[in-house]
Design a protein around this ligand. Structure first.
Ligand SMILES: Cc1cc2nc3c(=O)[nH]c(=O)nc-3n(C[C@H](O)[C@H](O)[C@H](O)COP(=O)(O)OP(=O)(O)OC[C@H]3O[C@@H](n4cnc5c(N)ncnc54)[C@H](O)[C@@H]3O)c2cc1C
Length: 415
């Protein structure tokens, strides 16, 4: 019996942990490395949606038309720090180009191909990690203040339906039956049956991480800065302040921070971050049965273990600028209009860095330059949703198994 090959997975967020588990299944010896504790990055405090119905990309036909209005509104769904604009431009140009109708149609199909597998890939892991009580496949309700608002979503809804997503229109009365505590301000809604949610995203990462350890996985605290090469091939990771970590194969799963290490391996990639904020408050007697998406407000409300989480929106300001928690406050104020019983006593605020590619598709790819380097990052708004599927596909790639899905749309050098 030969020794199993050693794979180093850099980044222990929800994507890295799932990649680690899938690699173990393929018989590899896996080390997860992270500069911090597992699951403390963007995977820590997100909205907790398994949004298997969300195959419409972020850049859509008409998005650009709304941008000036959004930017003028200090409480709007988009903000941009002007000092960051020069750094953002290459990403922005590609983001705008991705919103052309023909591209959007193709991207939606490519995202749907991943999203259709989300539940099938998660279910066995959730069961093995004994997390069944922390995950609900109970749908989400998108609500619209006016029929005009609903009509504005026609293209997105039609696009998703054409990609096999079940979306059911519901009336004002039905909204009240499903969510009695919502303000009576919504004219109509759409039920997204295949959507689900987790009670605490951090609990999911750490639960899956424990499964990874139980199956013989190793964890090392290490901040990786670069690679050591032998005969033109990377064979060890340079660990700031520690010993180098050698490997047979390496996978970059550093979320929004993946750009630097991808570049060190020879791939320039237009990855940026869409920062997002939320506030989580205790229930204070309010009932919320499902996730609710208030489309006109661009916010989502999630019933979680520790309370109701209200968040959403996008801030384009890079990885270094300090958080502006006024954004979280503004989102929460909108949340109170949607769910009037919400009170902010005992609440906690959070900001996270969505790892975003301009075309909303993740990178699930081998390296065009090195046959032992691989990438899984750039999951944007859907990292929790797509992590288990990404893990399976990436592990097949590392193992050299026949592909179950054409991975061309997700390759690192697609731009
Ligand atoms: C407000 C908000 C709400 C969201 N809601 C949802 C949702 O409801 N559903 C959904 O599917 N997605 C959601 N997302 C997106 C989702 O959270 C992300 O796509 C996902 O967490 C990304 O996971 P990741 O493992 O790629 O990155 P991360 O969780 O950020 O993990 C990356 C890890 O890499 C480590 N790292 C970075 N650089 C190095 C280095 N050089 N050396 C060693 N380690 C390094 C970091 O410490 C970190 O632990 C949301 C995001 C935000 C911000």
């Amino acid at each position: 019996m030969s020794e199993p090959q050693h794979v180093l997975v850099i980044g222990a967020g929800i994507v890295g942990v799932n990649v680690g588990l899938a690699l173990q299944k393929q018989g590899f010896a896996v080390t997860l490395a992270d500069r911090g504790e597992p699951g403390q990055g963007t995977s820590f405090g997100n909205a907790g949606a398994i949004a298997a119905t969300e195959c419409a990309p972020i850049s859509m036909p008409g998005t650009l038309r709304h941008v000036p209005g959004w930017l003028r509104d200090p409480n709007g769904p988009l903000s941009l720090r002007l000092s960051y604009l020069p750094y953002l431009l290459p990403w922005l140009v590609r983001f705008v180009a991705a919103g052309r109708r023909g591209r959007v149609e193709k991207i939606a199909t490519e995202l749907a191909a991943l999203l259709h597998c989300a539940w099938d890939d998660y279910d066995p892991l959730i069961r093995d990690a004994k997390l069944q009580d922390a995950v609900f496949r109970d749908g989400a309700l998108a609500v619209y203040r006016s029929n005009q608002g609903r009509r504005a979503a026609d293209y997105s809804i039609d696009l998703r339906r054409r990609n096999g997503v079940t979306l059911t229109d519901v009336s004002r009365d039905q909204i009240h039956e499903i969510e009695p505590d919502l303000a009576p301000i919504f004219a109509c809604g759409v039920l997204e049956e295949d959507w689900g949610r987790v009670l605490d995203p951090f609990k999911i990462v750490t639960g899956l991480y424990q499964l990874f350890l139980d199956r013989g996985g190793k964890f090392q605290t290490a901040e990786i800065t670069d690679f050591v090469y032998r005969d033109g091939r990377p064979h060890a990771a340079i660990n700031r302040g520690g010993d180098n970590i050698s490997f047979d194969k390496v996978v970059i799963c550093c979320g929004a921070w993946s750009k630097h290490l991808a570049a060190r391996l020879g791939n320039k990639v237009p990855l940026d971050t869409e920062r997002g904020y939320n506030t989580t408050v205790p229930y204070h007697g309010v009932t919320l049965n499902h996730m609710v998406i208030s489309a006109d407000d661009s916010i989502v409300l999630t019933p979680m273990e520790m309370g109701i989480r209200v968040g959403g929106a996008v801030e384009l300001a890079g990885l270094k600028a300090a958080p502006n928690y006024d954004r979280a406050k503004a989102l929460f104020a909108k949340g109170q209009q949607v769910l009037p019983g919400l009170r902010d006593e005992g609440g906690t605020q959070w900001m996270g860095f969505r790892p975003s590619m301009p075309d909303s598709k993740p990178v699930i790819s081998s390296s065009p330059r090195h046959d032992n380097a691989f990438f899984a990052f750039g999951h944007g708004h859907l990292g929790l949703t797509m992590a288990a599927t990404t893990g399976r596909l990436l592990a097949d790639l590392v193992a050299g198994n026949p592909a179950t899905l054409d991975l061309t749309p997700y390759r690192i050098n697609r731009f």
